[in-house]
Design a protein around this ligand. Structure first.
Ligand code: NDP
Length: 341
């Protein structure tokens, strides 16, 4: 059985969907209450592969909210993640994806040091960040959506915001070794990590976000921002492709401009309907078929009986692993989400 650990994008979002999730009493509660709420299994899932194989899974709502980081409620945030992991393991789930901020909190606060959750010893082999599949899907979205817009990658400037992150660094590796892009702009806050990435890649220009945006034909957003930034579409190139892979979104509001094409990044579409309700709650456009690529990774590992933490640690995603997860993704009927034609 596979599992997904997820969370909602804001306190307002959490309050508005509490009833649908099965706990209406949470709907008028503030951050303090959510800080002490336990994890809950809120969905039973059945997925049929394009090969006909059927698997079952559970969705664990961790009750973490990005506002906990902004309000420096770090203990509450970390407890949410370890408790949700223990909950998944206690329910016998073989492989669980740590969605959205779950894996970021796990890494940033060294939760690998906390193996014991009450009477349960966490077995990290049962968890995956899902980032290899997410990075693979975002790279395919760059290639395929550029083609949709008639953008030639070998003439294009691609900016990666969050370049030094787990997903961002894998995307940069792919853009360096697998495709020919004219210019690669690297954006993040920590200069040392940016320089280390540039050295590893042997290319890329470290650029401030405000300088990168007007220069880029394609922007890949994979920064771990609890709240999105506002973009003025008039300052961008036209056409410009914005692939927003953040959860919550890295872009603060919907960009409305005929020359700016926004694509939800790290989202896959399955060939067949999935039996679940959770993607309605996170407002997917086609909730029966569309999902986060990290969640799809735990499904793929279950289909392949690969019970291992396929994606783990930071900045260790290899091109070979991206190829492997990409191959099984196609085999089981997942496709990268593309621009509407
Ligand atoms: P990491 O924590 O590994 O990396 C985050 C990156 O963002 C770092 O390069 C960090 O560098 C940079 N960053 C953070 N804040 C800012 C800022 N204000 N301005 C510029 N850069 C910033 O995160 P992941 O790679 O694991 O995840 C990235 C995003 O992808 C997250 O939003 C996550 O929720 C989402 N995600 C989506 C999935 C999907 O299935 N679609 C799956 C998994 C994750 P620095 O700190 O130096 O600025």
């Amino acid at each position: 059985m596979f599992g997904l650990i997820g969370h909602l994008t804001s306190l307002e979002h959490a309050q508005s969907v509490a009833k649908e999730l099965g706990y209406p009493e949470y709907s008028d509660q503030g951050l303090d209450f959510w800080c002490s709420a336990p994890p809950q299994i809120v969905d039973n899932i059945k997925v049929t592969s394009a090969t006909g194989q059927i698997i079952e899974g559970l969705y664990v709502e961790s009750c973490f909210l990005p506002e906990m980081l902004a309000a420096r409620r770090i203990k509450a945030a970390t407890r949410k993640i370890t408790n949700a992991m223990a909950h998944a393991q206690k329910h016998g789930i073989d492989i669980t994806a740590l969605g959205g901020f779950s894996s970021i909190i796990f890494e940033n606060f060294n939760l690998d040091q906390i193996r014991q959750v009450r009477n349960l010893t966490l077995d990290f082999k049962r968890f995956t960040t899902g980032n290899t599949h997410t990075a693979y899907i975002i790279c395919r979205q760059v290639e395929m959506a550029a083609r949709q817009l008639g953008l030639n990658l070998s003439d294009a400037t691609v900016a990666v915001c969050g370049a030094t992150g787990d997903i961002g660094s894998a995307v940069c590796r792919w853009l360096t070794h697998r495709v020919d892009v004219k210019d690669l702009l690297l954006i993040a806050r920590n200069r040392e990590r940016l320089q280390a990435l540039r050295e590893e890649l042997g290319r890329g220009r470290i650029t401030a976000l405000e300088d990168a945006l007007p220069a880029a034909d394609i922007v890949v957003w994979v920064a771990s921002m609890p709240k999105g930034v506002e973009i003025d579409p008039d300052t961008l190139k036209h056409p410009c492709l914005l692939i927003d892979g953040g959860y919550p979104k890295n872009m603060g509001s919907k960009v409305q401009h005929p020359g700016v094409h926004v694509l939800s990044g790290g989202i896959v579409e399955h060939a067949l309907d999935i039996e679940w309700k959770i993607m309605n709650i996170v407002n997917m456009d086609v909730p029966a078929r569309q999902l986060f690529a990290c969640f799809a990774e735990s499904m793929l590992l279950e289909f392949e009986r690969l019970y291992t933490n396929f994606s783990w640690g930071r900045n260790q995603i290899s091109l070979e692993k991206m190829d492997l997860i990409g191959q099984v993704s196609q085999k089981h009927g997942f496709k990268p989400l593309l621009l509407e034609s």
